[in-house]
Design a protein. Structure first.
Length: 656
């Protein structure tokens, strides 16, 4: 029997939790579609900034559901199914933004583009996102109906929707947190009142030791949302890179650094040119392992999809809550999306053969990895999906083949490999999001085909918002390592890695020893995770979380760990794998992320118009890190208090 938990610990059967299968409840209405499109665009822009800054995105379903409930209450009538369609569309914007920012900036970094081609980015994002939705429609019955997968974020969103009779506190909490996050971000990136990080380094002989801590409330909020288990693993990967790998490489003289550079700058150079490739090796093995471990599930999904199509062909009548988009339209839609992608590849390579290969690889990888992302959404949630890992594996394989076919001197060789990965990344992002939202709909009695339809609408709206946001952020801040010209450059960790892998294959200078080292580390972590699983431990060690930590700068990993610690302490649980400290804590953290991200985008507008990064500066020189540290400490204390009070309020005695 499938059981769900409402906030406060109330247990009920799933059959009682959703509306009647044949009840006629307003669902696909004009106001739900328009509001969903608006929130999709808003959250796509916010998550584009967060992903480029922090290398991670978080699910937008819960804040979107709360905002939807607050807005729709202004109308004379509204339903839970309308709210569900709004959050479905809105979360599509967040998901497609991840696919875009993880890959497309790489084309700027390798010099293929000087500025973004808006129509190319929009086409890749939209077509890739559509494929992700289409490829996972046949998996709905295999992954959702049996009830074996948790879909934690989908279940949580359903609980929020069911508790929507009193949404006022939630929307005001998000608004207050957004204001706090906005003020903190403006103080750093707009007014330049304080520096972005605090930290330093020292030498021990030839070995370099360095550490910095980013003063971003959004990073702390990311850690709060993903929880302590994942936050510990991300930080562990970062500490391995900066406290073990960098000192060893520097002590042995295996990397060239500027002798006049500071310890922190020299350590950053070693990480950028050598150590982050350990993360590449770990990501490739992690992505392939995810695919291998899900081989039976994928086979089952394909067989179940065949039965689904056969039943439709036989005109089997299903209840409203079990009707998907018809199979023939899934096939037609997939073909309609694949053909333009093939033409785009042909335009870039100038040759039909390699373009056909790229298209075949894209189709196979997009389907397989969309299914993997869908399964992982059920297992650990959308925020912890292995999207970047499977994309790295796709780009590496594509680059190796294209280098052999096109030659290493082909001007579009690296770009071609990245564009294969871009479609796959967008498809995988939407595959996970589609199944998570369909789980929410399953619990509240939604109509699957209507949710699938608004996934397409939300994808298009999110892509249209992500394209100008991407261009604006590139012009204002720049991407990649911080330089004198771009002192506040967004790190764009995934895009930086993907550009390095694709370009490195064609230049022939990939540091294979580092990649092999990362692969070996991944195998060790996988073995550790299997041991923990066999022992029945609640703490697990997903390899991709460790890999993310290796390729993230340490100043980003440490605040994420702080957020995980706050969530753990606020929840008052004995283990580090429990949910964070209450739904209101999640909403407050989501508000902090949204406020900081939107200010980052808004501040970029006058910077681009005036061509001056100091246009809004109040102080000639930042006042160091102390003011920012004080602001972050205050916000972190409020986040803890909100989560702690909500967790305490919702505590119920355990029933024997």
């Amino acid at each position: 029997m499938e059981v769900v938990i409402e906030p406060g610990g109330c247990r009920m059967n799933a059959a009682d939790f959703r509306s009647s299968a044949e009840s006629k409840i307003p669902e696909l209405t004009v106001k739900s579609v328009l509001l969903g499109m608006a929130l999709s665009a808003l959250l796509a822009g916010a998550n584009a900034y967060l992903g480029l800054f922090a290398g991670m995105t978080v699910s937008a379903s819960i804040p979107a559901a709360v905002i939807s409930m607050a807005v729709l209450r202004l109308f004379r009538s509204h339903t839970i199914l309308e709210n569900n369609l709004v959050q479905t569309s809105a979360s599509s914007g967040e998901a497609i933004a991840a696919g875009v920012i993880f890959t497309m900036p790489a084309l700027i970094m390798i010099g293929y583009w000087q500025q973004f081609d808006p129509w190319m980015v929009l086409s890749i994002a939209t077509l890739g996102g559509f494929l992700g939705v289409l490829f996972t429609i046949p998996l709905r019955r295999a992954l959702i109906l049996p009830g074996e997968l948790k879909f934690p974020e989908g279940v949580a969103t359903a609980a929020v929707l069911r508790a929507g009779d009193k949404p006022g506190g939630g929307i005001w909490l998000i608004a207050a947190a957004a204001l706090a996050g906005a003020v903190a971000k403006f103080g750093e990136v707009g007014a330049h009142l304080w520096s972005a990080t605090v930290g330093g380094g020292f030498r021990a002989g030839r070995a370099l030791f360095a550490a910095e801590f980013n003063l971003s409330p959004a990073l702390v909020s990311v850690g709060y949302i993903v929880g302590l288990n994942i936050a510990v693993l991300v930080a562990a990967g970062g500490m391995f890179a900066w406290f073990i790998a960098i000192p060893i490489v520097s002590a042995l003289g295996l990397a060239e650094v500027d002798p006049t550079a500071t310890v922190t700058a020299a350590a950053g150079t070693i990480w950028s040119t050598q150590i982050r490739y350990i993360g590449v090796g770990a990501m490739v093995i992690g992505g392939l392992y995810a695919l291998f471990s899900l081989r039976q599930t994928l086979t089952h999904g394909l067989l179940n999809g065949g039965k689904w199509s056969a039943q439709l062909a036989a005109n089997v009548v299903r209840p409203r809550t079990d009707r998907d988009i018809p199979g023939k339209w899934v096939v037609i839609g997939a073909i309609a999306a694949i053909l333009p992608v093939f033409l785009l590849y042909w335009k870039i390579t100038g040759a039909a053969g390699p373009s056909l290969f790229m298209t075949v690889v894209m189709i196979v990888a997009a389907f397989l990895f969309s299914a993997v992302a869908a399964y992982m959404a059920g297992l650990v949630g959308s925020s912890n999906n292995p999207i970047s890992g499977v994309t790295i594996a796709t780009i590496l394989f594509s680059a190796l083949f294209l280098a052999a076919v096109l030659g290493r001197e082909h001007p579009a060789g690296a770009a071609s490999a990245i564009l294969v990965g871009a479609v796959v990344c967008c498809a995988a992002a939407m595959g996970g999001d589609n199944l998570q939202d369909l789980k929410t709909g399953h619990l509240v009695g939604a109509t699957p085909w209507k949710q699938q339809l608004v996934q397409f609408i939300g994808t298009a709206a999110g892509a249209m918002a992500a394209v100008p946001a991407l261009d604006l952020l590139q012009r204002a801040y720049g991407f990649g390592p911080r330089t004198a010209d771009h002192p506040r450059a967004l790190q764009a960790p995934q895009a930086t890695l993907m550009s390095s892998v694709a370009d490195g294959v064609f230049r022939g200078d990939l540091p294979w020893p580092m990649i092999i080292t990362g692969a070996l580390i991944a195998l060790i972590v996988i073995a550790l995770d299997r041991i923990l699983a066999a022992a029945g431990r609640s703490f697990r060690a997903p390899v991709l979380a460790v890999a993310v930590g290796i390729y993230l700068p340490l100043d980003l990993s440490l605040p994420i760990l702080l957020g995980g610690l706050i969530a753990h302490l606020a929840s008052g649980t004995a283990t580090i794998t429990q949910e964070p400290g209450g739904r209101r804590g999640i909403l407050f953290a989501s508000g902090l992320i949204t406020g900081e991200a939107l200010v980052g985008i808004l501040v970029a507008i006058p910077i681009v118009i005036m061509g001056d990064v100091n246009i809004l500066a109040v102080a000639e020189q930042p006042l160091g890190g102390a003011p920012g540290l004080a602001v972050l400490a205050l916000i972190a204390a409020v986040l803890f208090a909100v989560g702690f009070l909500d967790a305490k309020k919702n505590q119920k005695p355990v029933q024997e």
